[in-house]
Design a protein around this ligand. Sequence first.
Ligand SMILES: CC(C)(COP(=O)(O)OP(=O)(O)OC[C@H]1O[C@@H](n2cnc3c(N)ncnc32)[C@H](O)[C@@H]1OP(=O)(O)O)[C@@H](O)C(=O)NCCC(=O)NCCS
Ligand SMILES: CC(=O)OP(=O)(O)O
Length: 332
Amino acid sequence: MSLMDKIKDKAKSVRKNIVLPEGSEPRTIEAAAKIIEQGIANVILLGNEEEIKKANVKNVDLSDAVIIDPATSPKLQEYADMFYEMRKKKGITPEQALETTKDPLYYAVLMIKANDADGMVSGAIHSTGDTLRPALQVIKTKPGVPIVSSCFIMEHPDSKWGQDGVMVFADCAVNIDPNAEELAAIAVASADSAKDLAGIADPKIAMLSFSTKNSAKHEKVDKVIEATKLAKEMAPELNIDGELQADAALIEAVGQLKSPGSKVAGHANVLIFPDIQAGNIGYKLVQRLGGAEAIGPICQGLARPVNDLSRGCSVEDIVSVVAITAVQAQSF
Ligand SMILES: CC(C)(COP(=O)(O)OP(=O)(O)OC[C@H]1O[C@@H](n2cnc3c(N)ncnc32)[C@H](O)[C@@H]1OP(=O)(O)O)[C@@H](O)C(=O)NCCC(=O)NCCS
Ligand SMILES: CC(=O)OP(=O)(O)O
């Protein structure tokens, strides 16, 4: 059974309410119908019913989806009041709060905040920034977690990589240029995602760089060295090594040559990229040239589950991310 099939089975057993704010987007409509048909989650589609019909997706049965138009919803004022209370210190007026709440992305996170939904998935037509900003403002970070970050579960057809082809890559989508403390927090959060979502029992975390163990000297290398030290202090029980080049992280012979005795080098199953440029380019190359399935970006550290999609996502990608969101919702 593939990892995604296991995650879908878990989602079916908890049957959470997942809100999809891009309700009139054709791939989202098709995914909603599949999610309902397969019993992966209950679906709330946001949008105007006429626009959803106009999207003209043939042969989909949305009779069991809840469809809500934020602009005319009886809950609009209640959510707007909640948003105003949360954001008035930032200078917004009640009128601005009402207008913002009509935006489906804000309405969706306010539904979660009000316990009217368990999680949200968006990003098929919105950028990551537009998808995550409402969640960062309304849902916020879990207590004790310094930052929200993201990871991808990468499922490669060749089982020699990671654990039976499964690896975790981070942060490829949220934090643009994390400092050493933030990079350490991303590594620790990614180890949790590896265990809880990707089924990687023994995460081996490589802190990636263009240098292995001081082979190059640069402030960008120093950041990764410092992040490795901090991550080890934050989670001494984890197997973390750095700084490592990608070949040292993945290939046993190179790893043992460049970082002799390391338990991670040559066996890494969690790759922590030094910044979003490396991470976003890296995951897309492994996906498109390497033929891996890229599931995510999955948010780590939010107080309730909200997940993004790549705008290049397929219907099946949306189904997968909804299943992951439902499984994450189980632990809140
Ligand atoms: C995620 C992102 C949009 C947040 O930045 P932003 O929109 O400029 O948001 P701001 O800095 O104005 O912050 C908005 C709120 O989110 C909080 N926030 C921002 N980043 C955060 C993080 N990583 N963790 C926790 N909170 C965060 C801020 O503290 C702020 O809270 P407040 O308004 O209650 O004070 C930004 O980091 C970003 O654009 N990342 C790259 C996304 C991207 O293009 N990815 C590539 C494709 S996947
Ligand atoms: C994760 C990501 O890169 O998203 P997009 O392709 O939508 O920019």
